[in-house]
Unconditional design. Structure first.
Length: 223
């Protein structure tokens, strides 16, 4: 599989600064796409390629923080590095809490900019790898039949075959067969691995009490 080259998305309403920043990134070997507003970015960004976003904080129309909120759904795998001409502590705190990779004050040095971009691209790789991993696990989970999913929900809560058979109104032999199919379809060899998958997909309610119904503790993730 061909490795996609990352793209640096630069969003700034200051044309001269946007152009200078683009030249710096291109001179450093990066692919660059520039936008004069947050609205322009939203209209043209696919979010499928790796990369990061260099985002101005103060812009007409959508502000940097408002755009960050929109990008949480549209391009969650692209880290954001904020750039601002004004020192704004409250805005920087909000941006970082919302997941921004960095927050630099203009004019940032070449070293600071390139360092922030390198860290953001590394973060992008990590996010994409985790996204791919979760997608693979979800596909395995979706391969389970409804009854196998019921068994899976009880397995990851530590239920024994006898207990599962009682709760589902079936025989231990049938439960063992379902359990075997579950482990095989998920590609795991131990209970710990099965529980890890449930946790990774956000399916395991660790606060559930033993008396809770299985479907209250484990549920299918949203597509």
């Amino acid at each position: 599989m061909t490795q996609l080259e990352p793209i640096i998305h630069i969003v700034d309403d200051d044309n001269s600064y946007r152009t200078a920043l683009a030249r710096l990134m291109e001179a450093s070997g990066y692919r660059v796409v520039t936008y004069g507003s947050g609205e322009e970015l939203l209209a043209n960004l696919s979010g499928s390629d790796p990369g990061c976003i260099l985002l101005d904080l103060q812009m007409p129309g959508l502000s940097g923080l408002e755009l960050q909120d929109r990008l949480t759904e549209k391009a969650p795998l692209l880290p954001i590095v904020f750039l601002t001409g004004r020192g704004d502590i409250k805005a920087s705190v909000r941006a970082m809490k919302a997941g921004a990779e960095d927050f630099l004050e203009k004019p940032a040095s070449r070293e600071a900019l390139l360092g922030a971009v390198e860290r953001a691209l590394l973060r992008s790789e990590i996010r994409r790898a985790e996204h791919d991993r979760v997608h693979t696990l979800q596909a395995r989970l979706d391969a389970l039949t409804p009854r196998e999913f019921d068994v899976f929900g009880l397995i990851v809560r530590g239920k024994l075959n006898k207990q599962i058979a009682y709760e589902l109104g079936t025989s231990e032999r049938t439960v063992k067969a379902h359990r075997h199919n579950v482990m095989e379809k998920l590609g795991v060899h131990s209970l710990a691995e099965a529980v890890s998958i449930a946790e990774r997909l956000g399916l395991l309610d660790l606060t559930a009490k033993p008396s809770d119904d299985a479907h209250g503790a484990v549920r299918r993730a949203s597509p």
